[in-house]
Design a protein around this ligand. Sequence first.
Ligand SMILES: *Cc1c(COP(=O)(O)O)cnc(C)c1O
Length: 338
Amino acid sequence: MNIDWKNLGFGISETDYNVRCYYRNGSWGELEISSSPQISMHMGATCLHYGQESFEGLKAYRGKDGRIRLFRYDENAKRMRTSAEGIMLAEVPQSLFQEAVEKVVKLNERFVPPHGTGASLYIRPLLIGTGPQVGVRPADVFLFMVFVMPVGPYFKEGFKPVDIMITRDHDRAAPLGTGHLKVGGNYAASMTSVAEAHDAGFATALYLDAREKKYIDEAGPANFFAIRDNTYITPDSSSILPSITNKSLQQIASDMGMKIEKRHIEVGELETFEETGACGTAAVITPIRKIVDKDTGKTYTYGDGSNPGPVTAKLYERLTGIQYGDVEDPYGWITILD
Ligand SMILES: *Cc1c(COP(=O)(O)O)cnc(C)c1O
């Protein structure tokens, strides 16, 4: 096998196996192993017509000791159940989710990148309605599957500050919609704004609350946080996805002696922050250099323009240190696969 671990991007690649499980007649079947990346389903499947689809994203990391580590995957299992409940998919039991993740990682062990390369094995669980319906109602057959691929950093620049753009032309989620669920529909709704941001030279779009366009929601596929006066500030909103990375950073920040504020953040407050960043599994933290608000003509800038701020850097070091097993995990977040 010839993989250039140090130059991996964040993209699809084939591995040896994936795992699948069907829900039929009211119960989950056996976990199956497949070596084909294809699935077959009725063209009337509800996932295809009505977006009855939920996914998760997590990673396996190889430590210096060569052992493989999973990070807080019990939380991904819980969140997928919340998503399932929210769009009437069959819920995947905690034990089935965890067994599927463990199994698919072990089966593809040779694709878990070596320690020190900055790469990891990205794990993508997926839950879809496969039963056909033509009227709008939930499927009666569901498919849960997990596939994996080795990935490098999400942004090719790595842990380098990026510029993002506030969007008022589109919302990704309504206040009482599905923004708090990890479902494909939110992503379909975000594609135009993210593409517009890319075309204008920005890494992603920053969404405001859909009701008043007054408060920060989140940044594309990542939560937003800001640092000021030894305080970690992150939005409280019914339409953002509860990020496990964000939750972990809050714990780490708190243990570093910082205050934590989870509350509305007005756009104008951007002016007062010392550092800002976006966080999620894919990139862990993406430091923000510049936030451009085209509608008001304002640009908010952070740091020296080329390096992450000191607090952002410390949070990043600590969290990735725990994930790769380089620093002690006092929280029980890591599961070592043997
Ligand atoms: C997955 C996701 C995140 C990040 O969540 P993590 O659990 O930290 O990976 C943030 N925002 C959206 C919209 C997401 O789908």
